[in-house]
Design a protein around this ligand. Structure first.
Ligand code: ADP
Ligand code: MG
Length: 695
């Protein structure tokens, strides 16, 4: 239930003076449909007006002139503006309207009257001119603020009208009981909520527009805290769902003994976090984050062995057939050494194979299922599914994950979820996208990896690169050659990849494979399999090789137009090499010649050259990315932030996450006085009525 104190803010904008049926949809487009949305619309700029006269008018600045209206010139033909000549003691000021109505202008500026006119000064034929001026009666001189915020505008809704609406909205905005901790507010010197909102709309200088201005920081923190509270509450809701108790047993000991290595400290730590969840009797929701090659599979295998030896079943789902197959080939012998049977389910099983495997799962004779999307199809039934592991989880939709999880036995409670991601993400991103999950991180890589030597070169040196490639291949190496595929022009980019494959075939006189996303899946996987088996020395591909394929003999990665890729993606691609004992190389080719690379692009590629630490790369990528919705909030079911800037307010986000945990830890049902005001905060940032049908 929404607190009564918020009713004025959750009133429809049409209740504000000046919002009629014409304006309402425009306001909704720019800000939203509620008074709250209008007062939450931050100014994006500032205009400073000063008094000027015709003789000292400064071009490009915004001036206020006191003038007498002289005469109007109505245009005789289209394309010529309507013009009014006005003057002060020093000279003429010309006021112009493109597409203006003479009647309307005449009413606002009757001949012989004295008015204040304001606007950006232009010079046209050496005359002082203002296009579409603001007009005020003389007695309102003090109403024309010297500085005025500028709001996002749209056709038919000017910044000036928006400003009036904001002011009207502010007038109905209530004072709310403070929800922030008093000591924290004092330490940061942040104003109270309503004062912060008022200050937001009354900037006196450019620095007040900065995300670091105290009122903006305060509002951003409110927003971040509200979001983190919502996520923390969802997490709690999941945690109280009962789920089967899974304990570590001898089976996982046997699997561990069968592994050709011992676990790294990071793997052991992650495994113990997972085990604590699985044994808790409450449903696990955990993300295992680790760089490519950090050894997530082994951790998952041990958890699955625990599930099997506790009398349950587990499923491991991967996004591609080749990856599922690879997992099965590696894991089934390991599991078998502990007496655990497993099956592979993909879209390409024969009917007979499929029937037999499905029977095994339904009867409980088979304990572990490994597969692709085939796993969550309706025909698949489990006897006692208790653990779902999702590899490369970002490749699956929430719905797909839920369909797999829904295959548990409702009588034994929820199915534990372990998702794995090989795309390291910054903490901030983790907090928003996976705020509902607990996170284990594999920060340390298994020993014995050879670093990948990375070079950044202009595309003009492609000939040289091809010759070096030829020499390496003669020496027995295999190489990937990646061409970018940009969504808007897929066809021509595809042509470029095909052409590149043909070029390389001709120049290097080698067999060259081609794999891209528009090939039929089976055909593409056949080419990839040929490469994986060592039958093809060179594979030209679009980013389809990005996901988890493991070809240890491949030691060279050439990425064409590397500047068009995201850093995380480049890191993923590079992670395809350096998997064996032999030394590997990655060559990043950029377009546009020696000087063709912008500052940010250079910095990005340089980051990649400098480090192979996926978490460091992710943080850097995040920092260098600007604008938009870098957190992907919209995808995660939250609208993009109004106040918070995920990059600039990174520190605040981390603090808000801690704060949310602390608040709910002390007062899980939010019943204390602070809890009550925190509820108001949550309700204030409740966007649900903007998105009917969601939640
Ligand atoms: P990812 O985290 O990318 O899924 P994998 O689980 O595929 O990584 O592991 C990558 C490689 O590292 C595999 O060949 C695996 O056998 C090996 N590996 C995993 N853990 C260790 C370890 N503790 N010591 C040595 N090698 C390991
Ligand atoms: Mg993996």
């Amino acid at each position: 239930m929404r607190p009564e104190s918020l009713f004025p803010l959750f009133a429809d904008v049409t209740g504000l003076k000046g919002v009629g049926p014409r304006i309402a949809p425009l306001v909704q487009k720019v800000a939203g449909s509620l008074v709250r949305d209008v007062v939450f619309l931050s100014p994006v700029g500032l205009i400073t007006r000063r008094r000027m006269t015709a003789v000292d008018a400064v071009e490009g600045e915004v001036g206020i002139f006191e003038v007498v209206i002289d005469r109007m010139f109505v245009p005789g033909k289209p394309g010529v503006p309507l013009k009014v000549r006005a003057s002060d003691d020093t000279g003429f000021v010309h006021l112009v309207w493109f597409g203006g109505s003479p009647q309307h202008v005449d009413r606002q500026l009757p001949r012989g009257e004295r008015r204040l006119v304001a606007g950006k000064v232009e010079r046209f034929n050496n005359e002082v001119q203002i296009a579409h001026p603001d007009i005020f009666p003389l007695d309102q001189a003090d109403r024309i603020a010297a500085t005025e915020p500028v709001y996002p505008a749209t056709q038919g809704l000017s910044s000036r009208v928006m400003r009036k609406l904001v002011q009207a909205g502010l007038a109905t905005t209530p004072d709310l009981t403070e929800w922030q901790d008093a000591a924290w507010l004092a330490a940061r010197r942040w104003p109270a909520w309503r004062a912060a909102l008022t200050a937001l709309h009354d900037p006196a200088s450019e620095s007040d527009l900065s995300p670091d201005a105290p009122p903006r920081q305060r509002l951003a923190y409110d927003e971040l805290l509200a979001h983190q509270l919502a996520l923390a509450r969802r997490r709690r809701a999941r945690q109280i769902t009962p789920a089967p108790v899974i304990t570590a047993g001898e089976a996982s000991q046997a699997v561990l003994a069968a592994l050709p290595f011992s676990l790294t400290g990071a793997q052991a730590q992650a495994l113990s976090e997972i085990r604590a969840d699985l044994a808790s009797g409450q449903q696990m929701g955990r993300l295992l984050q680790g760089d490519v090659g950090s050894g997530k599979t082994a951790v998952a295998a041990l958890a699955m062995a625990d599930a099997a030896s506790s009398g349950f079943q587990a499923a491991l789902m991967a996004p591609t057939e080749i990856l599922a197959r690879q997992h099965y080939q590696r894991l089934s012998p390991l599991l078998a050494s502990a007496g655990i049977t497993s099956v592979l389910l993909t879209g390409r099983d024969t009917a007979a194979e499929r029937r037999e495997r499905l029977n095994g799962l339904a009867s409980g004779a088979v304990q572990v299922a490994i597969g692709t999307h085939a796993l969550f199809q309706d025909a698949v039934r489990f006897d006692r599914l208790a653990l779902a592991v999702i590899d490369e989880q970002h490749r699956f939709g929430v719905g797909e994950r839920q369909r797999l999880q829904a295959k548990g036995d409702p009588r034994s409670g929820g199915v534990h979820l372990l998702t794995m991601s090989a795309t390291p993400i910054p903490r901030t991103l983790e907090l928003t996208q996976y705020g509902e999950l607990e996170v284990s991180r594999l920060m340390e890589k298994p020993p014995g990896r050879t670093p990948v030597a990375t070079a950044v070169l202009p595309l003009t040196r492609i000939g040289e690169v091809a010759q070096r490639l030829r020499a390496a291949i003669d020496g027995g190496a295999q190489a990937y050659w990646i061409c970018p595929l940009v969504a808007e022009s897929e066809v021509s980019d595809l042509a470029a990849a095909e052409e590149r494959a043909a070029d390389l075939r001709r120049i290097l006189k080698l067999e060259v494979g081609l794999a891209h996303g528009q090939m039929p899946g089976a055909q593409r996987e056949a080419v990839m399999a040929e490469f994986a088996d060592g039958r093809l020395p060179l594979l030209v591909a679009t980013t389809v090789v990005e996901v988890g394929v493991d070809v240890p003999n491949a030691t060279i990665m050439v990425i064409e137009h590397a500047d068009r890729f995201g850093l995380a993606q480049l890191h993923q691609l590079r992670g395809r090499v350096g998997r064996g004992a032999k030394s590997s190389a990655c060559i990043l080719l950029y377009g546009g010649g020696e000087t063709g690379l912008g500052e940010v692009a250079r910095e990005r590629l340089e980051t990649l050259r400098r480090t192979e630490d996926g978490f460091e790369i992710a943080e850097e990528d995040f920092r260098l990315r600007g604008g938009g919705d870098p957190l992907g909030l919209k995808q995660s079911g939250f609208p993009a932030y109004r106040f918070a800037d995920p990059v600039r307010h990174r520190g605040l986000m981390l603090a808000a996450a801690d704060d949310a945990r602390l608040i709910l830890g002390r007062d899980p049902d939010l019943v204390s006085p602070r809890g009550q005001s925190v509820r108001v905060l949550e309700a204030l940032f409740d966007w649900r009525n903007d998105r009917p049908g969601l939640d």
